[in-house]
Design a protein around this ligand. Structure first.
Ligand SMILES: Cc1ncc(C[n+]2csc(CCOP(=O)(O)OP(=O)(O)O)c2C)c(N)n1
Length: 652
């Protein structure tokens, strides 16, 4: 093998070993095993420019096997990204170092996405590849034409999300998607044969992928395979037979090199085996210079691209611009004119109809529930194999991949993805929702059939604890609008929050409108606001969300007949309310000592607003299969019961 290649690859190996050893934690095995593949990729094929990590037409490199983060940090440092210095590598896994345990997405750093939960990166990469195809159709090949490379290990491929995402990628014939499979047959518990006997070739080919098997330590084979994929007609996996912990006499090929420092004695032996006669973290100038040269190649590529881009810039900006402000104003006026009982999922569809009429950046979709989630409008065009002049994805019954793919779509450039399923199946989406929140990505989750209000499908389909769970994810807004006006306002807010993902929790059943006057102000943006009061002076506050706001209004009127005066607060978004000023929160919550809450779900997340004197009306068991009004009655969620119990509470 070529000496220069070996030297370049060994830089990755030793930076990784030394950083893990210094941190006294981390994963040396994968970077040691995949150093050859990564070197050939970065040296000969990857189009990137460390001077401008966010160059629009760069190839994307996704490290799905995020535990091998030192591979990525080494590459970014060696090729000259300013985000990663040798000092930050020495601070691997220390507080506030960019070299965190697992790669954490930051714009303009070369870290394209946050990985660590295995398999997520594969779905992100599929999202990148779809985004590339859509953008290519919009802007032309001279502006966008890049590849997405994803490095995945045995673990990523065991995860269910990989099956979902790769199956869809094969179906869509995403030819610019390349997987580098670190086929080392080792995971934490030992050889993968303990748990897997998949025939990878058959598996990938049945998805419609090209499968190329190579020796992942043979520079020529790696080069040849990567050369071949440049002309691919479908997604390709390069299955790289590698040795985990390559170069370690006692630990290579064993799970002992996977996730702990090799130890000083063993590192000495690796240095001897690989003829690396340098101190920890020392990269000889000559070799470092070769790496920097590789990094500099991209400058010219980008310069050439920029010449074309500049000529088309105005046109491009126009193509990628959306002006939603006008849409929301018009929709709110329409809602007032057309006051009628509507499910909030239907109200969402009406809003989307208006938004997608002149849409440039929204990419809609659903996991086989388009007609139920009301995510598809008459203006959408469907994304099909080879047809990307469109903006709607039929994800199939693949909720987890849908959400991981949406993260990729959002990260790629300017796309705003939204996708639907039933709220109950947010459980199948949660790992990716959490990552949208962590990465501050504007992904919009349209979750319909949001309570026992869905009726006969019963407890398997009726969300109970889901809202509380989602509300406890940091940097996620959970909106539960109560009528058409609120639905429009929640959509507006979700689109406005460019660094926060949103869940829109929407009903299957019709709800009566209570917002009957036009207001320019987006009341939902406060998270909670007063809907009505039955007297100037009140001594009961009723908090409710979504389908239960009407119930709260009814109960409030009933109580007024008994001279118990109350105000009703609609609380479509707890997170936004919690961010309001103290005086606003006091105005909403501090007027009466006694407060009650009504939501047809777990009561957990309401307790913080209701003092021990109050009551929470909700459901803390599983639901029931029956017509929905009967289920509401079964759980005491009726105006009569709420008024009765509240009266008792007030008289105590
Ligand atoms: C969803 C998820 N489950 C479990 C883990 C913990 N984990 C980290 S690495 C790993 C084994 C991965 O094996 P492989 O992909 O073969 O990596 P290698 O041993 O080759 O480094 C596991 C189980 C995780 N990070 N994500």
């Amino acid at each position: 093998m070529n000496k220069l290649h070996n030297d370049l690859a060994n830089c990755i190996r030793f930076l990784s070993i030394d950083a893990v050893q210094k941190a006294n934690s981390g994963h040396p095995g994968m970077p040691m095993g995949m150093a050859d593949v990564a070197t050939v990729l970065f040296r000969n094929f990857l189009r990137f420019n460390p001077e401008n990590p966010d160059w629009l037409n760069r190839d994307r490199f996704v490290l799905s096997a995020g535990h091998g983060s030192m591979l990525l940090y080494s590459l970014l440092y060696l090729t000259g990204y300013k985000s990663i210095s040798l000092n930050s590598i020495k601070k691997f896994r220390q507080l506030n170092s960019i070299c965190a345990g697992h790669p954490e997405y930051h714009p303009k750093t070369g870290i394209e996405t946050t990985t660590g939960p295995l398999g997520q990166g594969i779905a992100n990469a599929v999202g990148f590849a779809v985004a590339e195809e859509i953008l290519k159709k919009k802007l032309g090949k001279e502006i966008i034409n890049h590849k997405t490379y994803v490095l995945a290990g045995d673990g990523c491929l065991m995860e269910g999300i990989s099956h979902e995402a790769m199956s869809l990628a094969g179906h869509l014939k995403l030819k610019n998607l390349v997987m580098l499979f670190d086929n080392n047959s080792i995971s934490i518990d030992g050889p993968t044969s303990l748990a897997v006997s998949d025939n990878f070739k058959k598996r990938f080919e049945s998805y419609g992928w090209e499968y190329i098997l190579i020796d992942g330590h043979n520079e020529k084979e790696i080069f040849k395979a990567l050369k071949k994929v440049q002309r691919a007609k479908k997604p390709t996996v390069i299955s790289c037979k590698t040795k985990i912990g390559y170069g370690s006499p006692n630990k290579s090929g064993k799970s002992s090199s996977h996730g702990s420092p090799l130890g000083l004695d063993e590192i000495k032996l690796v240095r001897k085996t690989l003829n690396w006669d340098y101190k920890p973290f020392q990269i000889p100038y000559k070799i470092l210079n070769e790496w920097k040269k590789i990094g500099r190649k991209g400058q010219q590529l980008e310069r050439k691209w920029t010449r074309v881009y500049k000529k088309k810039r105005q046109k491009i900006d126009k193509i990628l611009k959306n002006n939603f402000t006008k849409v929301f104003k018009a929709e709110k006026q329409k809602a007032i004119k057309e006051l009628k009982s509507l499910a909030t999922r239907k109200s969402s569809e009406l809003t989307l109809n208006a938004l997608t009429k002149h849409n440039n950046t929204l990419v809609g979709g659903s996991a086989d529930l388009a007609g139920s989630n009301n995510t598809k409008t008459k203006y959408h065009k469907i994304i099909r194999p080879g047809e990307f002049n469109s903006d709607y994805i039929h994800y199939g019954v693949r909720e987890h991949a849908m959400c991981g793919i949406m993260n990729g779509l959002a990260l790629h450039s300017k796309f705003i993805p939204y996708g639907g399923t039933f709220l109950i199946f947010s459980d199948y989406c949660k790992p990716s929702i959490r990552l949208s929140a962590l990465m501050q990505q504007r992904v919009i989750y349209v979750m319909t059939h949001d309570s026992i209000g869905l009726g006969e499908d019963g407890p398997t389909h009726q969300p109970i604890e889901q809202l509380s769970g989602l509300r406890s994810i940091p940097n996620l807004n959970v909106f539960r609008p109560a009528d058409r006006m609120e639905t429009i306002e929640c959509w507006e807010q979700a689109l406005k929050n460019s660094k926060t993902p949103s869940v829109l929790s929407l009903t299957r059943q019709n709800l009566n409108p209570f917002r009957k006057k036009y207001s320019n102000t987006n009341k939902c943006s406060f998270g909670a606001y007063e809907v009505l009061r039955t007297n100037k002076k009140i001594n009961l506050t009723i908090l409710a969300s979504g389908s239960e706001v009407n119930l709260a209004i009814e109960a409030s009127h009933k109580l007024a007949k008994d001279k118990i005066y109350s105000k009703v607060i609609s609380m479509p978004c707890q997170e936004l309310f919690d961010q309001q000023s103290e005086s606003y929160r006091k105005k909403i919550l501090g007027e009466s000592k006694i407060k009650i809450s009504i939501e047809a779900a777990s009561t957990d997340c309401w307790k913080k607003y209701i003092s021990s004197e109050g009551l929470t009306f909700g459901i803390d068991t599983f639901g029931k299969s029956a017509p929905y009004k009967d289920i509401y009655k079964h759980f005491g969620l009726t105006a009569t019961n709420i008024a009765k119990k509240s009266k008792k509470l007030m008289r105590n």
